[in-house]
Design a protein around this ligand. Sequence first.
Ligand code: PLP
Length: 500
Amino acid sequence: MASQCFSSSSSVFPTPSSSSHTKVEEKWIGSFPLKRRPVHLRLYSSARAALNADPKPVEIPRKWYNLIADLPVKPPPPLNPRTLQPVKPEDLSPLFPDELIKQETTGERFIDIPDEVVDVYKLWRPTPLIRAKRLEKLLDTPARIYYKYEGVSPAGSHKPNSAVPQVWYNAKAGVKNVVTETGAGQWGSSLAFACSLFGLGCEVWQVRASYNQKPYRRLMMQTWGAKVHPSPSSITEAGKKILEMDPTSPGSLGIAISEAVEVAAMNADTKYCLGSVLNHVLLHQTVIGEECLKQMEAIGEMPDVIIGCTGGGSNFAGLSFPFIREMLSGKINPVIRAVEPAACPSLTKGVYAYDFGDTAGLTPLMKMHTLGHDFVPDPIHAGGLRYHGMAPLLSHVYELGFMEAIAIPQTECFQGAIQFARTEGLIPAPEPTHAIAATIREALKCKETGEAKVILTAMCGHGHFDLPAYEKYLQGDMVDLSFSKEKIEASLANIPQVVA
Ligand SMILES: *Cc1c(COP(=O)(O)O)cnc(C)c1O
């Protein structure tokens, strides 16, 4: 193993805290203090909603937003597992180019989006903000439901928002190849797409279960020129170790990360890219929320509730962080709700502790909500939500009480997805079905109370390559894999002991 890699060491088990919100009746939009939902705005917004299109397209944001700059308490730093000291920039340089390391640790409030990146964003941005009028009607709710749709990108999800800048900064630094892991294939295909634009080699370790079940995502990656390996593979030491213990291992994101990190650490011209979890990924995704904020202002609406699904936390943070900024400055006061699968509930059932980001213990220790780095979740259909940890920054925001979290089992999610598909037309990826199910819960609650809340939800990808999951559901074969307390306790027992 290359010397740059971290080795494992040892933990503390604080319990996660929950949060609550108090509501205010006054809202400020832009610099104008407004009574909530003035009549002329309501008329305007329903007129525009009838068209289901933006009144006039907003500009693509030119800056990403760094929430850390506005937090009253700074998030705990990642630690080098050998020294238990905060990770130094040079510890990360075998894996990432300097510019991304800078973004990982910066305290600056706004970061300019490079023109070359904006140029690529123009292929699909600005993405639509759509009012789900027909779903509202089906649910017979007074709530107004809006969804920000990121499935219009070439890869079909929000992930290219970060893949493009990551590859661009690597290309600028003279890096020749990038390596990564992918679960469902969304991140791998986004990175492969970005590499094809900037002429970098791309190698992807795909969780074996998805590699076998999702040939079309693999073919997308190969079409964009990437090399794809099922993980665990016998190419890496980390993969070999797992295969020795279990030759039929279905793999996990944690294992695939170990493999990609190992390859990046051993090859000088190769760097590693991660599709979620890290600060710079969340930063890039704020293009979603910045754009959405402008779109909502343009139609005279502001959300009372913001809902998104969380795997590693990037689409949720991307949508919600700019709104949290507005909340911290006292302009709005929405409830912000993360939704995770009942089978992989890191925020609602995990502990807030330092843990590894991967299974083999090669990454720095990050303080986050975790189910334990060797937790292998049940093979639920939402592959992008099967990660043992949560973004450290999002975990910190949760601890500060600025957001709440719930877990929903997959059959309820697909039931909601079918209602959504049959009213709004779009077939959601299995991941955002969690956000949709939670949105439907909220809208039905509004029906009971008569409240006309504005609900904003992240529709972060389409499900065109996930139709086998829909087949399972439609045939009545989908089950809710029962949450195993014993399994989580076993993996939590292996979290390293860090007193911090
Ligand atoms: C990867 C992915 C997710 C989960 O990742 P986050 O970082 O939590 O956003 C969710 N939805 C889709 C469509 C994805 O591709």
